[in-house]
Design a protein around this ligand. Structure first.
Ligand code: AMP
Length: 305
């Protein structure tokens, strides 16, 4: 089954303790597509300016990402500049230039409107809501957001979450949105306002899936070298939604596996700058990393004597 994603398609400039990259392809929609396309067909909706290096999106098209919904408008592309210091868990945003995103009004192509899985990646929540008005009863709608939008558009996010099944946030964003420092309480606060499920990601400390009556936790893959954390969250979402779309199974067991696929794809994204590592992955790389997660957490309970 297909996943429709609406998100930013950006030019990122990133500084980490290990190096710098200037104007490389990035954005929530781009990372999501690069990740999810390993598992299911992807339809991408977004906008770029006339300065965007379209040839660099070719590998995504070759991976089967349908770009019929990617507009090229007059003006400057969305640009994000960020820095990570030794704590690679949190990005410091140095600059966000919305460019063509500030006048963007997403138009979902007619052939995308019945997509069974919809991911509203991190963009202006007003645009996320606009997309929901154009799609027909998806089986699962999930969304993401970030501090930038929680600060400037909180009421729109509270409206948006009334209409989604699931939201993904990192721990800082969950606390900021809900004003609850305890993550269980933060998840409860969100579930009382719409979503049946909440994923709270904690960077190198793993991710929680909260549901009404259960909690699942997956660790992050222990990597010796985290090169650039940019896009880890979007790649997590791509692995998560891509797995669900591939299996078509919305059981509890399938959601748990999806969290592990998300964690596996997030762990690949951080091994190189931009989408480089995601683009070179093979199906065996993915299945063997998923298998490593199982080994990481498997243990036997002591037998009662
Ligand atoms: P993450 O997965 O959270 O590391 O997301 C990183 C990506 O988010 C980068 O490639 C940025 O281009 C993109 N990004 C940063 N700020 C924003 C924003 N305010 N709206 C949409 N996308 C953003």
């Amino acid at each position: 089954m297909t996943v429709l994603v609406v998100g930013s398609v950006a030019l990122d400039s990133v500084e980490t303790p290990f190096g710098k990259a200037e104007n490389v392809i990035g954005g929530s929609g781009t990372f999501f597509s690069a990740s999810a396309s390993h598992l299911s067909p992807v339809q991408l909706v977004g906008v770029v300016g006339d300065d965007y290096p379209m040839d660099q999106l070719e590998p995504l098209r070759k991976r089967g990402v349908d770009m019929a919904g990617l507009e090229q408008a007059k003006g400057e592309s969305f640009r994000w500049r960020g820095r990570y210091r030794h704590d690679l868990n949190s990005a410091e945003t140095l600059e966000t230039r919305l460019g063509v995103f500030s006048h963007f009004s997403p138009k979902i192509p007619p052939q995308f409107r019945d997509a069974p899985f919809v991911f509203l990646a991190n963009i202006d929540p007003r645009l996320q809501l606009d997309v929901l008005r154009q799609v027909q009863r998806p089986r699962l709608v999930a969304c993401d957001t970030m501090n930038f939008w929680i600060e400037s558009r909180r009421p729109d996010i509270v409206e948006l979450i009334k209409h989604v099944d699931l939201i993904t946030l990192n721990d800082g964003e969950a606390r900021q949105l809900t004003d609850c420092s305890n993550l269980l309480k933060a998840a409860r606060w969100i579930m009382e306002r719409g979503p049946r499920m909440v994923i709270i990601k904690k960077g190198e400390h793993g991710a929680f899936l909260f549901k009404e009556k259960s909690i699942f936790f997956a660790p992050a893959y222990p990597l010796e070298d985290v090169f650039d954390p940019t896009g880890a969250g979007d790649s997590f979402a791509g692995g998560f939604m891509g797995y669900l779309a591939r299996s078509g199974d919305l059981s509890d067991a399938s959601f748990r596996r999806a969290v592990v696929y998300g964690s596996a794809m997030g762990s690949f994204a951080v091994e190189k700058f931009s989408v480089q590592r995601l683009l070179e992955l093979t199906p065996t790389d993915i299945t063997s990393r998923v298998a490593d997660f199982r080994k990481l957490v498997a243990f036997e309970e002591e037998q009662a004597t």
